[in-house]
Design a protein around this ligand. Structure first.
Ligand code: BT5
Length: 262
């Protein structure tokens, strides 16, 4: 794919996100490259974007399918200069930003699934991987990695994902310009990040919960061999999911959430 980075830059109207952009035809993982550059001191807002990833990463060593010419794979370096304990809302802020953009294409059909999948009518269209490094008790930097399926056709997905994954093209029946989608994502992220830094955590949690539509539902959360069950009552200040179960209210910090069908 022939991408002129200067032309690309004209798409983006943001001040911070994308102030430095590195484009790669193919890379292992944009998150790993962003991590490397962040350790070298690259400024906040640096974006690593790739046409394809040979080692696209999900959580817990899972694979993110990242074929060329179809989708968006990018990672953003953030340096919020805050205490590490305050950083846990960054993934939720990112989820809200992506859900807002996907909603521009699929209004009313977008849901967030804790911790951070974006679904359209129940199918996964985007995954996010947030990685943080600390210095003492402060955040040194956060890498926010985002993969959005833009122009994937159903048959482009491996067989095992065809029922569970989707793309903007499948949902809208239109081929989209990936960089136009990226520009919208950068703007939404910049807006969300400003709200986060300005103390808007409560608004982020509230919007996240609206997209998740999960409060009051009975869920099962699986993390390795551990299973937690209960009814979702909300998110605590740190963004942990709160479950009311037999043993009272428990905090869920990690895992995959399944809504129990009654
Ligand atoms: C995620 O993990 O959803 C995080 C994915 C983050 C990907 C971005 S791309 C840019 C940046 N660079 C990286 O290396 N990563 C980030 P998780 O919740 O663990 O979900 C992974 C699961 O989603 C897999 O096990 C599959 O079931 C499914 N999956 C894999 N590829 C998919 C795709 N393209 N679309 C939808 N589902 C997919």
């Amino acid at each position: 794919m022939d991408v002129n980075i200067e032309e690309l830059r004209r798409f983006f109207l943001t001040k911070t996100i994308g102030r430095r952009i590195e484009f790669h035809e193919e890379i292992g993982s944009t998150n790993s490259e962003a991590l490397r550059l962040a350790l070298e001191g690259t400024p906040e807002g640096t974006v690593i974007i790739a046409d394809a990833q040979s080692d696209g990463r999900g959580r817990l060593d899972r694979v993110w399918e990242s074929p060329p010419s179809r989708n968006l794979y990018f990672s953003v370096v953030l340096r919020p200069g805050i205490a590490a304990v305050s950083a846990s809302l960054v993934p939720l802020m990112t989820g809200v930003a992506v859900a807002d953009v996907v909603s521009q294409y699929c209004p009313g059909r977008v849901r967030l699934k804790w911790p951070n999948d974006v679904l359209v009518d129940g199918r996964k269209i985007c995954g996010m991987l947030t990685e943080m490094r600390t210095r003492g008790d402060r955040v040194a930097f956060i890498i926010v990695g985002i993969g959005v399926n833009v122009n994937m056709a159903r048959l482009d997905f491996p067989r095992e994902l065809r029922e569970t994954a989707t793309s903007l093209q499948i949902e809208t029946a239109c081929e989209l310009d990936r960089f136009d989608v990226a520009a919208r994502l950068f703007e939404a992220l910049e807006r969300g990040y400003r709200i986060f830094l300005g103390g808007g955590e409560a608004a982020i949690r509230e919007t996240w919960l609206r997209y998740a539509d999960i409060v009051g539902k009975r869920v099962e959360v699986v993390f390795g061999k551990a299973v937690q069950r209960g009814i979702v009552t909300g998110l605590d200040a740190s963004g942990a999911l709160l479950l009311e179960g037999e043993a009272g209210v428990q905090q869920v910090l990690a895992g995959d959430v399944y809504i129990e069908r009654l």
